[in-house]
Design a protein around this ligand. Structure first.
Ligand code: FES
Length: 100
């Protein structure tokens, strides 16, 4: 177990015990700063057969210029905010498990 010191969480709560630090961050407002804001809900559908090979990398930080695909924008966001977000990586080269 890592020992952490929590000092500030701007939009969340920090709970500290003597040995363990648990940080819960809750967004007070919108998490999507700019992507397709005119849409009621941003949802994307990708056919499994059309996923990029060997990996499909999807954005979860809502800052990618190529949304829904990750373009590395999370690195800048994490550096600026201290956040730790990263993409969803789907290994499309991995063999599917055998059906039972
Ligand atoms: S750019 Fe958003 S997770 Fe990478």
């Amino acid at each position: 177990m890592a020992t952490l010191r929590a000092t500030t969480v701007s939009q969340g709560r920090v709970a500290v015990s003597s040995r363990r630090v648990s940080v819960v961050v809750r967004a007070d407002g919108q998490i999507n700063p700019s992507i397709r804001k005119s849409e009621e809900k941003v949802a994307d559908f990708v056919k499994a057969s059309e996923l990029p090979k060997p990996k499909a990398v999807f954005c979860r930080c809502w800052r990618a210029e190529k949304f829904p695909y990750c373009d590395g924008a999370h690195l800048k966001h994490n550096k600026e905010t201290g956040d730790n977000v990263g993409p969803l990586v789907i290994d499309t080269a991995a063999a599917a498990p055998a059906s039972q």
